[in-house]
Write a protein that binds this ligand. Sequence first.
Ligand SMILES: [Cu+2]
Length: 249
Amino acid sequence: MSQNGYTLNPLTAAKAGAPTDFQFTVTGPSGKPVTDYQVEHDKKLHFIVVSRDLSSFQHVHPEMSADGTWSVKIAFPAAGTFRAFADFTPTGGQALTLGADIQVAGDFQPKPLKAVSRTSEVDGYTVTLDGDLVPGQSSKLTLNVSKDGKPVTDLQPYLGAYGHLVALRAGDLAYLHVHPDGAPGDGKTRPGPGITFYAEAPSGGDYRLFLDFQHGGAVHTADFTAKAGEGTVAKPTAKNDHDSTPHGH
Ligand SMILES: [Cu+2]
């Protein structure tokens, strides 16, 4: 929750159920709330709230008042522990992602992690995942969007991109660094069906991927569970009988 002198401070006691006004500040090295931010992907601050069991995901854009207090309507769907991530760049500083846990009182029934899958169905769309997370290095992931069996080729720009991907490690919710490949209007990035990213998985293991994309005037969120290391083939340690077979590196 603290890095480079910047700290995320939740101010609201969260409750399960109806949307509530959730407030927080980001304090800077001076100890005062930060009020000057650089715009990244059309917004000064991106706020991501997930349940610790990774079954619930929200990506929202709070409004800041003049004193640096951020507010956003959030519904916590059930009791449990949630993690909030604030993704921002203070003016003149480095990009930061700060995280804080939010406790929501009540009976808590953790859900098991969704099974590993390359397909996600959301709002009548089918999204498939090509590519593999590779432990310890950047790897290319392409998400292909289709509807009614046809590739979607008129995705709408949302926050300066055709898609936004958030990737979290199951178990500790480590937040991965993800870069989009290209941007709308750059002359080479097409509005679907494929949306390409480069993601860095810090280790092997299970990850949850959440893709926000816009089509038909609405934002949709597809989710996947992916295993880092799956699909990579171990280097043979000895000469074998299949030297003509290419290995998947
Ligand atoms: Cu955002």
